[in-house]
Design a protein. Structure first.
Length: 147
């Protein structure tokens, strides 16, 4: 799947977000090494801290569908819903907690996973590796000395 198609899947997923408090809908698409794609969206909660980010939602779906060790690439997009479509000019990047979850998949897969960040309108993207977004990250590989 090319980058534009993966971003389109993330943008579609954002349309199913549950974001009544912030009005900011985020979608995420996770592609496997075999080209299978699963999606997730953010889900807010009246008790704000109990919300779920789109990336964690999609990674959970990926774990069930094909395993975190088979994740190849991730796309994330977000913004406001306007006339039934996702809109917005700002690039959406994964928060620190989501970067940590992506790093977990990267360590399990042995790949420096790419994250494609898109604006809501899908007109601008930026692709970076998890290693560049979370340098010196702490993941499963760091626990080799655990007893």
């Amino acid at each position: 799947m090319d980058e534009a198609a993966l971003v389109a899947r993330a943008r579609e997923a954002a349309l199913k977000a549950y974001a009544p408090y912030s009005g900011f809908s985020v979608g995420c698409a996770v592609e496997s090494v075999d080209g299978e794609v699963v999606v997730g969206a953010n889900m807010e909660n009246a008790c704000y801290r109990l919300g779920v980010c789109a990336e964690v939602s999609a990674l959970t779906a990926a774990a069930q569908a094909f395993g975190l060790d088979r994740v190849a690439r991730i796309a994330v997009a977000g913004g406001r819903i306007e006339h039934g479509a996702l809109a917005g000019d700002m690039l959406v990047t994964s928060c620190g907690g989501c970067r940590q979850s992506i790093l977990e998949a990267a360590h399990l897969s042995g790949r420096n996973l790419e994250i494609v960040s898109s604006n809501g309108s899908g007109t601008e993207t930026d692709t970076r590796t998890i290693g560049s977004l979370l340098p010196l990250g702490f993941g499963p590989a760091n626990l080799k000395d655990a007893g």
